[in-house]
Design a protein around this ligand. Sequence first.
Ligand code: ADP
Ligand code: ASP
Ligand code: MG
Length: 407
Amino acid sequence: MALVVQKYGGTSVGTIDRIRNVATKVAGFREQGHDLVVVVSAMSGVTNNLVSMANELQKEPSPREMDVLLSTGEQTTISLLCMALENIGVSARSYTGGQVKILTDSAYTKARIVNIEDSHIREDLKQGRVVVVAGFQGMDEGGNITTLGRGGSDTTAVALAAALKADECQIYTDVDGVYTTDPRVVPEARRLDRITFEEMLEMASLGAKVLQIRSVEFAGKYNVPLRVLSSFDDGPGTLIVSEEESMMENPIISGIAFKRDESKLSVIGVPDVPGMAYKVFGPISDANIEVDVIVQNVGEDKTNDISFTIQRKDSEKAARILEKVVKELGAEGVEVDNHVAKVSLVGVGMRSHAGIASRMFGALAAESINIQLITTSEIKISVVIEEKYLELAVRALHTAFGLKDAP
Ligand code: ADP
Ligand code: ASP
Ligand code: MG
């Protein structure tokens, strides 16, 4: 008998029939004698729908009201799942984040979990109930509803598993595990039996939305045994393990992640004197715009070109800020490219292997794909390219590094 935290994502609870399917699965685990805490997302499409309704009313709605609104999606699903469970004779009780009490800071729309009070949950489990918790939400000290950022139900599940010292945290979704790359883009992508926390963290940060970044951080920090599996098919899924546990020779490349919807901004002709980068990025950061890849080139005329990428949704705002900065600095101008994407290779084996970057560039050159920016760290290499070549690039790299065949 084990204590298991399970999370079912939006597609897995997307219709009444699918909610019934989740209830049947949960009932099966109960029959095996396991204690279960089940975290659910909003039914698929619901959160996006709420966001568009808000945007119809106001261009920039207050983050506090956004959280009150967005948290309703998960509240619907918890009660429906409990009804489906009770209907097949499984005793269950639902809780919103605030009711649990999942205490967060007050950073609306991207709050961080500070503490979880587990007394209600433990009592219910003792009484033989399945506990169903709304993902993606919490409450701050002042009793305000907060949400944890898009995809945040994964983090609720891992945080609960850590707080309850669960034997495993299982993330049920619409794919049967973590793949070498998004199987929707590369049909021959291969499911990984295992991936290290570090690699998964890079994959998530670099665009693979199968797990929210914070959930992986949490799992690594608190050593939560974490598995990604399918809600629709049986199978072992993918286990996220520490590097010591992985106990095998690490493949050089484990996966390919990518991000669409990026923009590249370049400030041209920045005087080559100290303090310029600070003057460019200070106002960008003050506007809460997250900067990703940064590259600076020194020209012969003693000026620099500074290029960087951001999410496309922030592009207009950033361009407006930079127009002002350019005038102040006496730089030449700003260029904005709203059609770029980022592709990244991830693998802990890269640490001990040279020549990965050149192989990557070779594979892209063979497809005549121009590389605009490059950035590397110990276990990843990312390139920024024209967005229309994204799929081609991912497929070419998947083939070039032989990812479809198990090592
Ligand atoms: P959920 O609603 O269950 O949280 P998500 O849509 O957030 O599901 O995440 C699952 C999706 O992640 C898959 O349908 C898949 O298209 C995408 N994905 C991206 N990269 C990967 C990857 N490397 N392995 C598996 N799935 C991936
Ligand atoms: N419903 C939220 C979202 O769509 C949280 C989640 O699904 O994890 O982002
Ligand atoms: Mg998700």
